[in-house]
Design a protein around this ligand. Structure first.
Ligand SMILES: Cc1ncc(COP(=O)(O)O)c(C=O)c1O
Length: 401
């Protein structure tokens, strides 16, 4: 059959979290009150000093194309940040600025994958990784990292997933959706496996690095295995740390040859990230960091509140996440139960639809993240919403037979 879409696009589904958000917007437009736990971004505005920096940059004429890899000022600010906060030494030529981390992950795959190359992705995963691999002709190889291992990829599971065709492992710590934060020992074990397979590159997505709670500490795999720097691409950005999701600036750091390939790709696609957004990102990285500390403190309080309210609900099991701003409770205890309308809840998608209809609460099903039997709830929302949403979930679950 003749179709407008390429076969690659045909293999791809819309981002489930963006789809869930659209469903919430539609219900709200129809007059329903919905507590929205689907949000994947901080719920507060970009700090004023960053906005002011961007306005000043506009006034100073930062309104033109920049180099494809980013402005020298921002690349230097990123190198300084990686040295200061992560203890990692990168030269400007080893740093690439992109239109969000998402754009860089996609371009890194586009720049390196040949048809049928495999990419190991631990599940649960950020929804976009597998589809980005498919869009670039690769094959996602999903390696389970379930609750038994604290939602973390074990060395053994990684070893089993690697084949001669493996090109990348994508590791995300702190993790969206599980909130898992890899420890030094866990990263060492993974890096030891990678050392045995020189054909495998490591993509380390550290976009939630600043949101770690309690005793958890963020570590980059490069902190424990600097020898892997020759085949590692570190991906990060300003979206989450500085509440700058709409500015669309991310960055990647890795071998200069890969950065050049990324710049080549950008030069033929986006040209560059927006000049004023790059100026704002430099202000964010070079400026005072209290806004990041304040955001972390706020998220820590919300994490504590949402877990203490969800865990006692019969049928839910909610581990306390060490990082990011999501909880990922198991809903296995609700499966097989019957709604007041007589429908049996057979999977996590049924549970999300039940909660949307009966509790006015929006969450995303774990299946979207490669781990059915769970829900993802974002706590990047006010304590009042968290309390109202959890009370509504408790009440709705109480109606199940
Ligand atoms: C794990 C992970 N990586 C990357 C991104 C993309 O971030 P950016 O806004 O920089 O494109 C997200 C956004 O939700 C994410 O959750």
């Amino acid at each position: 059959m003749n179709t407008l879409l390429s076969s690659r696009l045909g293999a791809v589904k819309p981002s489930p979290s963006i789809a869930a958000k659209a469903r919430v917007d539609a219900l709200r437009a129809a007059g329903r009150r919905i507590v929205d736990f689907t949000i994947g971004e901080p719920d507060f505005p970009t700090p004023a000093h960053i906005v002011e920096g961007a306005v000043a940059a506009l006034a100073q004429g930062h309104t033109r194309y920049t180099g494809s890899a980013g402005t020298p000022a921002l690349r230097q600010a990123i190198a300084a940040k990686l040295a200061r906060e992560n203890g990692l030494a990168f030269r400007s030529e080893e740093i690439m600025v992109g239109v969000g981390a998402k754009n860089l992950i996609f371009n890194a795959l586009a720049a390196t994958l040949n048809e049928g190359d495999e990419v190991v992705i631990p599940a649960p995963f950020w929804v976009s990784y597998p589809d980005m691999v498919l869009l670039n002709g690769g094959t996602p190889v999903i390696a389970a990292a379930d609750a038994a291992s604290g939602f973390k990829l074990t060395a053994d599971a990684l070893q089993k997933a690697i084949t001669p065709r493996t090109r990348w492992l994508i590791l995300n710590t702190p993790n969206n959706p599980s909130g898992a934060v890899y420890t030094r020992g866990e990263l060492e074990a993974i890096c030891a496996v990678l050392r045995l397979h020189p054909q495998v590159w490591l993509m380390t997505d550290e976009i939630y690095e600043h949101f770690v709670y309690g005793d958890a500490r963020h570590l980059s795999p490069l902190n424990v295995a600097p020898d892997l720097a020759v085949r590692t691409l570190l991906v990060n950005g300003v979206s989450k740390a500085y509440a700058m999701t709409g500015w669309r600036v991310g960055y990647a750091a890795g071998p200069a040859a890969l950065v050049q390939a990324l710049a080549l790709l950008a030069s033929q696609t986006t040209t560059c990230a927006s000049a004023m957004s790059q100026a704002a990102a430099a202000v964010a990285l070079n400026g005072p960091q209290d806004c990041v500390t304040e955001a972390r403190t706020l998220f820590a309080q919300r994490r504590d509140r949402i877990t203490e309210l969800l865990e006692p609900i019969p049928g839910l099991r909610c581990a306390v996440p060490d990082g990011a701003f999501y909880v990922f409770p198991s809903v296995a205890g609700l499966l097989g139960r019957k709604t007041p309308e007589g429908t049996v809840l057979t999977n996590d998608l049924d549970v999300t639809l039940f909660l949307l209809d009966n509790a006015g609460v929006a969450a995303v099903d774990g299946g979207a993240y490669g781990m059915p039997g769970h829900l993802r709830l974002s706590f990047a929302t006010g304590i009042d919403q968290i309390e109202a949403g959890c009370a509504a979930i408790r009440e709705a679950v109480g109606l199940l037979a």
